[in-house]
Ligand binder design. Structure first.
Ligand code: CP3
Length: 341
């Protein structure tokens, strides 16, 4: 996995799956119930370590991703956060320069100490051939949850603020650039071998705002990480970037790029993979459907992208309804490549 991220090609590509630890696994549901709340699970190094390792034991992925959530960053800045059953995250929204003053970096690393401890434990527990991935949400995506107060369809509050008051909103993005870079550097110091920036809502912005709030903050975070850890690869995942994927890979400074489900693999081979390693992009719902549809789609992706620097993954996170045996079939097919599944 690390060699691939540094530009080497493997015949049989490395693989991991976004959200590979989670509710589709019965052993996750068991520990989640023991931990109490989802946040209790994220802040319990013993449980978070165990949950990270669960999918590796079952399926032998080439990489383990730290078990945590992108919203621990606003939580560590003092923004109240809760996860409601079936509704997702809820935060007390921050919608103006005045409300920004409620946030503070004073206890940031102390609050995240359990996450760093989880990374240290994982770094010891994992066999050397399994790469440990740290992660954070990108400033834009984290800001959508902070400003909207949770998930959103229209992103009306955050876009209105960004368009009407770019200076005030810019202060939130600047704050997130600084703390996100510090947070990722601390994960690398604790043993993360690569880091991924999840920009799940990159795709809702028009071009000017995409440059300002997706590409530019990513570029600044990557530069800060590289100043301290020049050899640690950074993976960017600008979900939904569409036609702007090319600008993102040439300008953001990332070492590898995650493709969302809608990017045609053959197009990515021609236009992105010639510049950097790519990762992706099976539709997670194909992993729910399984069978012939899944097998054929996996083959098409491998056909287009394997043999050059490529990490097999999904185009977005695994869903709760995924039958664990479909993941087993996927792992078997990737490991057998270039023999056809
Ligand atoms: O990939 C992994 O296995 C590592 C863990 C991980 C989680 N969230 C665990 C989680 C990672 C990398 C994330 C990233 C994340 N979190 C993103 C970016 C990727 C994406 O999916 O777009 C986003 C937007 C979030 C914010 C978030 N966290 C939402 C919207 C939700 C609710 C939706 C849901 O699936 O319940 C969460 C909760 C969450 N994060 C769960 C898990 C396993 C489910 C919580 C539970 O167990 O009750």
């Amino acid at each position: 996995m690390l060699a691939t991220l540094k530009g080497e090609a493997c015949q049989s590509p490395p693989f991991w799956l976004m959200r590979q630890a989670g509710r589709y696994l019965p052993e996750y549901r068991e520990l989640r119930a023991k931990a109490g709340s989802f946040l209790d699970l994220c802040y319990n190094p013993e449980f978070a370590t165990e949950v990270t390792l669960q999918p590796i034991r079952r399926y032998g992925m080439d990489a383990a991703i730290l078990f945590s959530d992108i919203l621990v960053v606003p939580h560590a800045l003092g923004q109240p956060l809760d996860y409601l059953e079936g509704e997702g995250p809820k935060l007390d929204p921050v919608r103006s320069a005045g409300e920004l003053k409620r946030l503070s970096t004073a206890n940031f690393h102390d609050r995240l100490a359990p996450v760093y401890e989880t990374v240290r434990r994982l770094s010891k527990a994992l066999p050397p051939e399994v790469t440990l991935i740290g992660f954070a949400g990108s400033p834009w995506t984290v800001a959508t949850y902070m400003v909207e107060g949770g998930g959103s369809k229209e992103f009306a509050h955050i876009k209105t603020w960004a368009y009407k008051d770019p200076v005030g909103f810019g202060a939130l993005i600047d704050l997130l650039v600084d703390v996100t870079a510090d947070y990722l550097i601390a994960q690398i110091d604790a043993g993360a071998e690569t880091v991924q920036l999840f920009d799940s809502w990159a795709g809702v912005l028009p071009v000017g705002a995409f440059r300002r709030y997706v590409i530019e903050p990513t570029r600044r975070i990557v530069a800060k990480i590289k100043a301290k850890h020049p050899n640690t690869p950074v993976i960017g995942f600008p979900r939904g970037a569409g036609l702007l994927y090319e600008d993102y890979v040439t300008e953001a400074g990332v070492d590898a790029v995650g493709l969302d489900t809608t990017v045609p693999p053959v197009w990515a081979a021609r236009n992105l993979q010639t510049r950097l390693p790519v990762q992706g992009n099976l539709d997670p719902i194909l992993l729910v459907a399984g069978g012939e549809a899944q097998r054929k789609a996996v083959d098409e992706i491998l056909e287009a992208l394997a043999g050059r620097p490529f990490v097999f993954n999904l185009g977005h996170g695994i869903t709760q309804q995924t039958p664990p045996e479909h993941v087993a079939a996927l792992a078997k097919q990737i490991k057998a490549w270039p023999e056809r599944g």
